[in-house]
Design a protein around this ligand. Structure first.
Ligand code: RIB
Length: 308
């Protein structure tokens, strides 16, 4: 089978990661246990994850003109991701994420920098690469107008689109947002999109139905340690449990999941197989520290998803 062609139009961040034993309260100072600078950004993470899973990947995005940019571009190139459409932006800073990790959980503050300067014209300049793709992957760390322009371009070329609405939209969602092949929110994003407080599986099923009814052809909801949900509407949702793993750091687990979903979906597998492959990728990512260093290879994911 030829390698799936995936284009990611999205963010690149340098993650500044601090480990703590206890979350600091507002106004409190605490001593951290570790610090590292790690390549991240939801877009770049998904690009690297898809490449490690065997896809041919191109990244479309913007970085600043600083040393962080070089680190991020080198890391993408080392993973085999084409960076021909990642533009350097004079006068802008490269995207940054201040991440605190405490007992495997993280909190993230993103300073978008150059990511928020990615324009509709930048996307149009990448039309040739988007038009040749099997799947376009989008997230919500670039301007929504730019993401929607990329979506429209992909649709015009019959390229399937996966929109990972992370982080959840902070302002009113335009009607044309919903017209997408596959939306893949986690629980908190689905709560915002469906306007439902998700406390249990029934709520999650209901939220997926609501999001589907708004226009997404397919909804795949990431439920973390509860696995994942496939909802096409009109049929009972398909649920696949998570793999039991030792949690080290959940950063980029959702990105590993989404990239694996894209790869397995483009390979025409069944919904159960796709979810299992994606849950295995997300599960492996939480067993390691950091964003891009935690993303698993195809062999690792195949091995875990074949396990009983
Ligand atoms: O999904 C994880 C990513 O979110 C981090 O790498 C950080 O950069 C933020 O974009």
């Amino acid at each position: 089978m030829p390698a799936p062609k995936i284009v990611v139009v999205g963010s690149l961040n340098l993650d500044l990661v601090t480990g703590v034993d206890v979350w600091p309260a507002p106004g409190e100072t605490r001593l951290g246990t570790s610090f590292a600078m790690i390549p991240g950004g939801k877009g770049a993470n998904q690009a690297v994850a898809a490449a490690r899973l065997g896809a041919e990947v191109s990244m479309v995005g913007r970085v600043g003109e600083d040393a962080f940019a070089d680190t991020l571009l080198l890391n993408l190139a080392n993973a085999g991701v084409s960076t021909d459409h990642v533009l350097k932006t004079p006068g802008a800073s490269t995207g940054l994420a201040a991440i605190t990790v405490c007992q495997g959980e993280n909190s993230i503050v993103v300073v978008p920098g150059a990511n928020h300067l990615l324009t509709v014209e930048d996307v149009e300049a990448a039309e040739s690469v988007i038009s040749r793709a099997d799947i376009l992957l989008l997230q919500n760390e670039i301007p929504l107008e730019t993401a929607l322009a990329a979506r429209d371009l992909a649709v015009a070329h019959a390229v399937r689109v996966i929109f990972d609405p992370a982080p959840a939209p902070a302002s009113k969602i335009p009607d044309r947002f919903w017209n997408v092949d596959l939306l893949t929110p986690n629980c908190s994003e689905a709560s915002v999109l469906a306007e439902i407080d998700i406390q249990n599986r029934d709520d999650a099923d209901r939220a997926a139905e609501v999001i589907h009814a708004k226009g997404a052809s397919l909804v795949v909801m990431k439920l973390g340690d509860q696995g994942a949900l496939w909802c096409e509407g009109g049929r009972p949702p398909i649920h696949v449990p998570a793999f039991p793993v030792k949690v080290v750091d959940s950063t980029a687990a959702g990105d590993a999941f989404t990239a694996a979903l894209a790869v397995a979906w483009s390979e025409g597998r069944s919904p159960q197989e796709i979810l299992r492959f994606a849950c295995a990728a997300g599960g492996l990512a939480v067993t390691r520290a950091g964003a891009q260093p935690s993303l698993p290879t195809r062999a690792e994911v195949e091995q875990l998803s074949a396990a009983q």
